[in-house]
Design a protein around this ligand. Structure first.
Ligand code: 4AD
Ligand code: MG
Length: 445
């Protein structure tokens, strides 16, 4: 008997096939049992008729529990009423294991209960659909990069220096060499790659020791970072636009079934077509003033609301939401006050208080999904910034070298994969965007 997967079942109508999977659900009515099977690729309903199967098969079905592993054979038929739906008329059943009482049932469970059982929660149809969408996004990102001449350039996770500020570093002992830090970003290494290979990207896990319990923060996340020689900030924004359009349009095409199954309203994503609005930080602050959105500072006795929003401060979730509200596409906010951004960003030749950075804010209030910039390519200015940011200059000596030997204007950006997944899937919380999320209060399972 041919072993088939549920997602290709329509090609086997009228044939007898074997499915290898698990029992998802079961109900019976008199002389019929309706077991529902899953095999990782989808769900299918079986029909077991007491008059058509051996007594042993009938009795075995009565013993089956949720998530028992089973191999079934039967005839593939079209569902009598439902369009595009198939069933399996079960002939035989082989039980691989009878599962113990399964803790996750179709009733509602609390999020802590589910998070403690993430290794099992992943089997739910919704979680599996989200992870298939994540898979498609990763594939489309890699294909875009490959098709556009970017070379994959893997960067190290153990690093001797910070990239995005010293306050969010995870340190670990590294033999006789003192401390190593888990990478916050592969960017600095990708810059060496761009000078060597022209256009590169790095795509791997990154770490931030940020004690934030928001719906957008995890301590270990995947970041895709392209870096391009001879690209200025405008070239960088052109690339971001073209790249995001490709990735979003492709996931809409290739994951329409999964997006539908998780209830995503895709009309908002269909809108993600070039060009995207480009506004300066100053224009973004004007929007905040117009909407009277204050800066909220935590103080000893609560919160202080500062109006109007002061120039120079970074945006939080309420600001990002207010900025994108008027647009139905990702918004590129560029030209930031230097004090809000990292040491490596190049100053605007027109205004030394401003850096040539860009943040991309996703629509529907999902906030920053991309951060990027043109890089400081001047040797003396770069050294000065490292000192101003109180960073240990020796650890950056190799990085500074890049400005000694054939320095060129160059740019790049970093896309947070789980932020992208959260937006595309319209998730309430980033914890569902990665198989095993790491947060300040959770390292298991
Ligand atoms: O804006 P960030 O900090 O930029 C960088 O790391 C640059 N070195 C990137 C570059 O230019 N090559 O981070 C980039 C993106 C953010 O826009 C966000 O999507 C994601 O990484 N990100 C996080 N995602 C989940 N949890 C966190 N704690 C994140 N911190 C950043
Ligand atoms: Mg950022």
């Amino acid at each position: 008997m041919e072993r088939v997967y549920i997602n290709t079942i329509s090609g086997h109508e009228g044939k007898e096939v074997t499915l290898k999977g698990w029992l998802y659900n079961i109900r019976s009515s008199g002389k019929l049992i309706f077991p529902e099977f899953r095999d990782g690729t989808g769900l299918i309903q079986g029909v077991v008729s007491k008059n058509e199967v051996d007594e042993k098969v009938w009795n075995d079905f009565n013993d089956l529990t949720q998530e028992s592993s089973v191999i079934v054979t039967g005839l593939v038929t079209k569902h009598p009423k439902k369009e595009d739906t198939y069933e399996i008329q079960v002939k035989n059943l082989e039980i691989i294991q009878i599962a113990e009482p399964y803790p996750i049932t179709p009733k509602e469970h609390g999020v802590d209960f589910l998070s403690d059982r993430r290794h099992l929660w992943l089997r739910s149809q919704r979680q599996a659909a989200i992870l298939r969408i994540r898979n498609e996004l990763v594939q489309s990102i890699r294909e875009y990069m490959y098709n556009n001449g970017f070379i994959l350039f893997d960067t190290p996770i153990f690093t001797p220096n910070a990239c995005e500020g010293t306050s969010t570093l995870f340190a670990t002992d590294y033999f006789d060499l003192g401390k190593a830090y888990l990478s916050q970003s592969g960017q600095l290494y990708a810059e060496a790659g761009a000078i060597a290979l022209g256009k590169v990207y790095t795509f791997g896990p990154t770490f931030r020791a940020e004690n934030s319990m928001t719906r957008r923060h995890i301590t270990e996340f995947w970041m895709m970072e392209p870096e391009m020689a001879y690209y200025d900030i405008d070239d960088n924004m052109d690339l971001i636009e073209d790249f995001l359009e490709y990735v979003i349009q492709r996931v809409l095409k290739n994951c329409s079934k999964e997006l539908k199954s998780i209830g995503r309203d895709t009309s908002k994503l269909e809108n993600v077509l070039k060009p995207f609005p480009r506004i300066t930080y100053e224009e973004a602050v004007d929007i905040l003033m117009e909407k009277d959105i204050p800066l909220i500072k935590k103080t000893e006795n609560g919160e202080e609301h500062i109006r109007p929003f002061p120039f120079g401060e970074d945006f939080g979730a309420p600001h990002e939401e207010a900025i994108v509200e008027n647009f139905n596409k990702p918004v590129m906010v560029h030209r930031w006050p230097a004090e809000a951004k990292a040491f490596y960003m190049k100053r605007d030749p027109k205004d030394p208080k401003i850096v040539l950075g860009v943040d991309v804010l996703a629509p529907e209030g999902f906030g920053e999904i991309i951060g990027g910039s043109q890089r400081e390519d001047n040797l003396e200015l770069l050294k000065q910034r490292i000192i101003e940011h109180d960073l240990p200059i020796e650890a950056f000596s190799w990085y500074i070298d890049l400005r000694r030997f054939g320095s060129v204007p160059h740019s790049g950006f970093g896309l947070g994969l789980e932020r992208l997944v959260s937006w595309v899937c319209n998730l309430d919380h980033i914890r569902e965007a990665i198989p095993f999320p790491r947060r300040p209060n959770r390292i298991t399972p």
